[in-house]
Ligand binder design. Structure first.
Ligand code: HEM
Length: 389
């Protein structure tokens, strides 16, 4: 029996790296019956998938993404996805709404949240801080900041329940549906306001970028941003803060300059790869890494395994912000590379920096043992910290 045939979803959820390391070594393109997918674990093969969207299509069947969010840029291939990406990406670049947001509003958002918890002397920074920094950032850049950031967080959780509903539980789909309806109502109401009274925000940019975008297209793609663009910076902040609290050398280096902090963020994202996979379907029979793949099968390009491939990164499990091997796959490598990458990086860097700047004596709670969970999306369940009152 092949090793891949013994892999279970629970084991991947708990501790994927040793499993992926063995697959990469022994069966780099392997059918995993427990997930009904082919797993691709070597850097070069994941890159090949990304280079050939005409063979490895994002238009998968089944697609929990399309079912919960409606058709969106990540369920389409070029050229259909291209016009959506062109309209939606600019607000998330430095030259767009995200640039001014990151300069002044983001540090202020972080400082306000820190002030509100300072007297407590302790917090779980995942739920109490990072989730709200992420929800608040996306909501503000889009122009949905009239909503309570906790409500925006709830939309994210609801959408994710539907998107990750591999067991096909009716209740999880219903939760996803309710969140999708709430986002639709919020976006449509805001678009009406912006048509009446334009105000600089991400939604206004998207509305004006392409007259041919329908309201449903805008709604579906905002749902995609909310389902993917909040969890990940949250996990990124948690991972970077945990790393800095666990290693004095890395912390001192990172707090030395913004450039050093940027390098640490990049390296932590490589090492832990919070978005672990890309899911595609073959449009025809093909060969990858010497293995024949039939037409119409699901193929998972494992970004986490590519980022820990020793053929690409020396001593890959070691955190080394001074690496020179080249870019990593944390934001993917192909036509669906993350549109929120620039903003996501600022949220993580500034979100972590402000904690260290404002909370003297910041350290892990003596009883905290940080554990990472998840396979497709992986991050710390909690990062409990204390500081000097
Ligand atoms: C640390 C933070 C983040 C990480 C690690 C991350 C990672 C990723 C990855 C790996 C993909 C590719 C998925 C695939 O090909 O199947 C992706 C796509 C995407 N991300 Fe992010 N992301 C982050 C933050 C954000 C933020 C802040 C936004 C807000 C807009 C966002 C919005 C999107 C969208 C809309 C796509 C789909 C792009 C397309 O289909 O062309 N992400 N992200």
């Amino acid at each position: 029996m092949s090793f891949a045939a013994t892999v279970t979803a629970e084991d991947l959820d708990r501790d994927p790296d040793p499993i992926l390391a063995r697959l990469r070594e022994e069966e780099p393109v392997a059918w995993v019956p427990a997930l009904q997918m082919w797993f691709v674990t070597r850097w070069d093969d994941v890159q090949t998938m990304e280079d050939h969207p005409e063979i490895f299509s994002a238009c998968t069947e089944p697609s929990f993404l399309a079912r919960t969010l409606g058709e969106n840029m990540l369920t389409l291939d070029p050229p259909a996805c291209t016009r959506l990406q062109k309209a939606c990406k600019p607000p998330f670049l430095r030259a767009g709404r995200s640039g001014s947001f990151a300069e002044t509003e983001l540090p202020a958002l972080c400082d306000g949240l820190i002030e509100s918890m300072r007297e407590d002397g302790e917090a779980d920074i995942i739920a109490g801080y990072a989730a709200l920094v992420s929800a608040g950032s996306l909501a503000t850049v889009l122009g949905l900041d009239a909503y309570d950031f906790r409500e925006v967080w709830d939309w994210c959780e609801g959408l994710c329940a539907g998107v990750a509903n591999f067991e096909q539980e009716p209740e999880a789909f219903a939760v996803g549906r309710r969140a999708a309806d709430a986002v639709e109502a919020a976006v449509l109401a805001r678009l009406d306001e912006l048509r009446e009274r334009p105000e600089a925000c991400g939604l206004l940019h998207i509305l004006q970028a392409d007259q041919n975008l329908s309201a449903a297209e805008i709604v579906n793609n905002v749902r995609l941003m909310i389902s993917g663009g909040i969890n990940e910076p949250r996990d990124g902040i948690g991972l970077v803060v945990w790393t800095m609290l666990s290693d004095d050398g890395l912390r001192q280096q990172a707090l030395g300059s913004p450039a050093a902090m940027r390098r640490l963020v990049d390296e932590v994202l490589r090492r832990y790869t919070p978005v672990g996979t890309i899911t595609r379907t073959t449009t025809r029979e093909t060969e990858l890494g010497g293995v024949r793949l039939p037409e119409g099968v699901l193929v998972s390009g494992i970004l986490r395994a590519a980022n820990l491939d020793p053929a690409r990164f020396r001593d890959p499990e070691r955190l080394d912000p001074t690496r020179t091997e080249g870019g990593n796959a944390a934001f993917a490598l192909g036509v669906h590379r993350c549109i929120g990458e620039w903003l996501g990086r600022q949220e993580i860097r500034i979100g972590a920096e402000r904690l260290f700047r404002n909370l003297p004596g910041l350290r892990l709670h003596p009883e905290e043992k940080v554990t990472l969970r998840g396979f497709e999306f992986r991050g710390p369940k909690s990062v409990r910290v204390v500081w000097d009152a």
